[in-house]
Design a protein around this ligand. Structure first.
Ligand code: FRU
Length: 477
């Protein structure tokens, strides 16, 4: 939603109780609230931040402007989880209340260091002429959620980057802390800088150099770069804005991509191996995905179900955006797989054989297989007139299509009303989750993923399953 700059950057303390109350009341009116996905209490949710494990729990913050569905003065909102399925807000926020984050506590990461959570993030600072100074800054959070910001800037804007320099991700590689930061060069190409903690002290960072990850620089900015290790292989996840479609075909306004490497040369610095650029997600929205390696070595990721510069039907209810399910990464034959965490099964309340249903809760999981040489045409969020969200699984030609053109309120139609991906023309398994206005589809055990919003009309609650498709329907709650 377009709101004037003065509104979006109004100081938090200037919003009255009445204004906050009116916003919360409006949010409550939406018919599209998710039930088991994390949504903002009010305003806009964008990137996952500070996804980490600390003090016996998982921590996940989200970028938020709490006063409406727009990108304004951002804060981080803290949640914790013990099972990676239920995330509870704790009331802790990383506020834009310091001279070094005066125009927003932008995205970043977190990692436990010596019994405290080290938060590494971008302070968005603008001067009176609205000139931006992007600062990489830090804070400690203790076990009680007390946040203490560092007085010193950790990384200043280097001479070879523009004002677009943000989203530091800290990671441990062979017992040493490193960080990568997304950047734009003066000739408007995206790249990534690598830093190393001097003597492993996270308050002291030294530039190693520009990370060679085989990028062509066709994008104008790389947002939210993340490096995780899956079975020892470095996997780089990033959001290259403006990426040339000749390099990788994608339909969303901005893609979220990944590359699987063989090795990480910390000195060159380079990610090495014959890595191919791939789309992380084939749905209508998944962006700014953040990952980290848990203490027991798993690689977990979570995505923003939303996109920058897109208006959503929920905007009129003063909120926007949701967090995806947490997905665990694995590699099979060099290919990346994303699977929902095992604890998702605990949401299953009841199960029944998959069949047509005139009325569903729009909050369910489906598990089924489509045999080779079939075209399975499913209708979710279906109404009696035969409209709804179409999912076509063609195991003859090897294609999956998600078509939301006849489902509920339309938006972002300039970017098309269908999304698709290629699959091998053979037996294809599908596991999908719906949650009122969200769908997440995992194809062949997570080889391909579609994450999307859909805003059905009130009467779009049915499910139409073609003959020959067998599987299970699970009610979730
Ligand atoms: C990505 C992003 C980040 C930035 C944050 C600001 O969606 O633009 O690069 O830190 O959002 O909210």
């Amino acid at each position: 939603m377009n709101l004037p700059t003065e509104v979006r950057y109004r100081r938090y303390e200037d919003w009255t109780e009445q204004e906050r109350y009116a916003i919360a009341e409006n949010v409550a009116k939406s018919p599209w609230h998710a039930t088991y996905h994390l949504e903002p209490k009010t305003g806009l949710l964008n990137d996952p931040n500070g996804f980490s494990y600390f003090d016996g729990k998982f921590h996940l913050f989200y970028q938020n402007w709490p006063f409406g569905a727009a990108h304004g003065l951002k804060q981080w909102v803290h949640t914790t989880s013990t099972d990676l399925v239920h995330f509870e807000e704790t009331g802790v926020t990383l506020l834009p209340d310091h001279a070094h984050d005066s125009h927003g506590a932008y995205s970043g990461s977190a990692y436990e260091v010596d019994g405290k959570l080290f938060i590494f993030y971008t302070g968005n600072v603008r001067d009176e002429n609205w000139v931006r100074d992007p600062l990489q800054i830090g804070a400690w959070m203790d076990k009680d959620g007390n946040i203490q910001k560092f007085e010193d800037v950790l990384i200043q804007q280097p001479s070879d980057v523009t004002e677009h320099f943000r989203d530091p991700q800290i990671f441990d590689y062979k017992g040493h802390f490193y960080a990568i930061v997304g950047a734009q060069s003066h000739d408007k190409s995206g790249f990534i800088k690598l830093y190393k903690a001097v003597d492993n002290d996270v308050t002291n960072w030294q530039e190693v150099g520009n990370l060679d990850f085989g990028g062509t620089g066709s994008e104008y900015m790389i947002e939210c770069p993340n490096l995780v290790f899956v079975d020892g292989k470095p996997v780089l996840l990033y959001s290259p804005q403006g990426l040339d479609k000749a390099e990788l075909s994608y339909d969303n306004i901005y893609p979220n991509t990944y590359k699987v490497f063989d090795d990480f040369d910390t000195e060159a610095p380079a990610l090495t191996g014959n890595a191919k650029l791939e789309n992380l997600d084939y749905g209508f929205e998944a962006y700014a995905t953040q990952g980290f390696n848990t203490p027991d070595g798993r690689a977990l990721i979570v995505s923003w179900i939303g996109l920058p510069d897109v208006d959503y039907p929920t905007d009129r209810f003063d909120y926007q955006g949701a967090m995806s399910l947490v997905k665990e990464l694995s590699l099979k034959d060099g290919k990346l797989y994303q699977t929902p965490v095992a604890a998702m099964e605990a949401l299953r309340k009841s199960s029944e054989p998959l069949a047509n249903k005139a009325e569903t809760s729009n909050t369910y999981e489906l598990d089924f297989t489509v045999a080779a040489n079939q075209t399975a045409d499913l209708l979710l969020f279906a109404d009696e007139a035969g409209n709804g969200l179409r999912l076509i699984i063609d195991t003859k030609t090897g294609k999956i299509v998600l078509d939301r053109s006849a489902c509920g309120e339309q938006y972002a139609t300039d970017f098309g009303r269908t999304r698709s991906c290629d699959i091998a023309p053979s037996d294809t398994s599908i596991r999908l989750f719906t949650d009122k206005s969200i769908i997440e589809i995992f194809v062949n055990g997570g080889e391909k993923v579609f994450t999307s919003r859909v805003f059905p009309s009130e009467n779009q609650i049915g499910l139409v399953i073609p003959e020959g498709v067998t599987g299970t329907y699970y009610e979730l709650g």
